[in-house]
Write a protein that binds this ligand. Sequence first.
Ligand code: AMP
Ligand code: MG
Length: 344
Amino acid sequence: MKSKTPPLDASRPLEEPTFLSDPPLVEAVAGLREAAGLCSRIRADAPFQTKSDSSPVTVADFAVQAVLARRLAQAVPDSVLVAEEDSRSLRGEAGRPMMTEVTRHVRSVFPGATAEDVQRWIDLGRGEPGTDFWTLDPVDGTKGFRRGGQYVIALARILHGRVALAVLACPALSLAVPGLAAEPGVLAVAAHGEGTWACGMSGGSWVRLRASAVDDPKEARCLRSVEGAHTDEDWLSRIVSDLGIMPAPARMDSQAKYLVVAAGEADVIFRLVPPADRRHREWIWDQAAGALLVEEAGGRVTDLEGRPLDFGAGRRLEHNFGVLATNGRLHDAALATLRRVLPR
Ligand code: AMP
Ligand code: MG
C-alpha cells in the first residue's frame, strides 16, 4: 500500500526506549515469537473444532494459549490472565484426538508436558478481569489462519480499564517500513506514553511506527474485516460514500488491520456488525493490543459514537458500540459522518 507518513520529529530521540528492555516485556516478546513459530508449524491442515458461536478453534489456538499462559505465569507470578480459550472441549472422549495433537505441539516447547499440564496451563486464562490483568487472543483471525490470510497472536496488559502494554505477533504480515525486513513476519509492541515499535519476527532492530498524515477523507485507505458476518456492509458503503472515500475498503482478517494503520499503510477502520447481531459487544482480547498500537503511533481509537474503549467492563466492551480506529487526523470527520448515518 502507498505510504504517506509524517516526518520524524527531530526533537525526539531515535534510540530504543528503555521499556523495550523491561523483563516482563522481553519475556512476552520472546513468548510471542515462540508461539508464532508454533503457529507456522501447525498452520498447514490444522485440526479444528467448531465453537458454540460457530467460529472455528484449532490446535494452534489451544497450544499457543497453553504455552503463553505458562510463560506469563513464570515471568509475572501474580498476574491474572483473561484469555479466549478454555480446555472444556478438550476433555472427555470427544476431545481426546484434539487434546493429543495439542499436547504433541506443546511438547515441542515444553518436552515433559502431560495432557493434564496442558489443560491446566490453558485454564490459567480463566482469570477474572479486574484492575490489573492481561488479556490474550492466542490466534486472532482463526479463519484467516485457516484460509492463508492474516492472523495474529495478541497480548495486552490492562490497568484500570485502559490498555497499558500491547504485544502483537503477525506472522503473515509484511510492512513496507524502512528498517523492517521485507519478508512476512512482524512483531509490534506499544506501551502507554512510549510509542509503537516493530521489528522482524526473527529479530533485527526496533523501528518506531507512525500513523499516516492523510487528512483528506477522499484519500483515506479503509480496512474492514474479511468476514461478511462481522461487517454491516450496507452501512459501511453509506459511510464510505458520505465521507467521499475513493479507494474501496480492503479486507483483512484480525488485529493485523490495526498494525497496518499504526504503520501508516492504511488510515481508517470501521467495525460494526450486521443488524441481526447489533447486540454483539466486542471481546476485549480482539481489540486491546491493536487499539494501543494505533494510539501510540499517533492515531485515535474510540467506539462509533466517539467514546473511549472501556476495557474495565468485563470480558467484553459492554459500554461501547463498534470500533472506529483512524490515523488521528481523520477521526473527527469520521465521527461527524457517523453521527449522521449511524444505525442503532
Ligand atoms: P476480524 O478478523 O476483524 O473479523 O475479527 C475476528 C474476530 O471477530 C474473532 O476473533 C471473533 O472473536 C470476532 N467475532 C466473532 N463473531 C463476531 C461477530 N458476530 N461480530 C463481530 N466480531 C465477531
Ligand atoms: Mg479473536
